[in-house]
Design a protein around this ligand. Sequence first.
Ligand SMILES: Cc1cc2nc3c(=O)[nH]c(=O)nc-3n(C[C@H](O)[C@H](O)[C@H](O)COP(=O)(O)O)c2cc1C
Length: 215
Amino acid sequence: MGMSQEDLQNLRISYKLGELRRSDTAPRPIEQFDVWFHEAVKAECDEPNAFVLSTSLGDEISSRVVLFKGIQEEGLIFYSNYDSPKAKQMQSSAKVAANFLWLPLQRQVRIQGIIEKASAQLSDEYFKSRPRGSQIGAIASPQGSVVKNREELEEKFKSCELKYQGLEIPRPSNWGGFIIKPTLWEFWQGRENRMHDRICYRKVGSDWIKERLAP
Ligand SMILES: Cc1cc2nc3c(=O)[nH]c(=O)nc-3n(C[C@H](O)[C@H](O)[C@H](O)COP(=O)(O)O)c2cc1C
């Protein structure tokens, strides 16, 4: 390793950029998320809509990054392959966790929630708006399957391109949206001396209870 353990242990910065008071947070977490998300965009965080999604199947848990693409009924929308490992996990357990990390703002948002499949209409509309290359990629790639080599994939891409030359590309039935319906949110703002601010929203009925957590 190019870095000593000591160097690694000394790798830390002090978080001084902001603070989060319970009284300054919105009554509903989706509104607070909207405020922070727009601040992350304005601060030019790289891929501000990228988040880590965790899913499980039995005692097997896995995480990967996906892209947040919209809000519907206070839920967060993302798109993926319905036959992928993550989709199979979400079919087995609808409980998921999500994590947005906006380091330039020293912020993270943690979410726990229940997954729902988006309507075909929503998925169709979004699929239509995607660049043609991404549309073809969605058809050509059996996400999560073993492929022999890169060439096999490229061939599939090319043959899809040919098949749909001059035609509108229909959304494949195994590709579309998911909606995370949050039941728990945490807004984390880094502070000095590891005395971070953590404001948590818990869903009780249709209301949200807001609490501060110890860092
Ligand atoms: C920045 C970034 C954005 C990504 N966005 C998506 C996405 O929106 N949807 C998706 O299915 N995969 C996305 N991926 C790929 C996933 O991380 C993952 O490799 C893929 O979905 C397969 O996951 P699975 O095998 O757990 O199903 C993204 C990866 C990165 C690094």
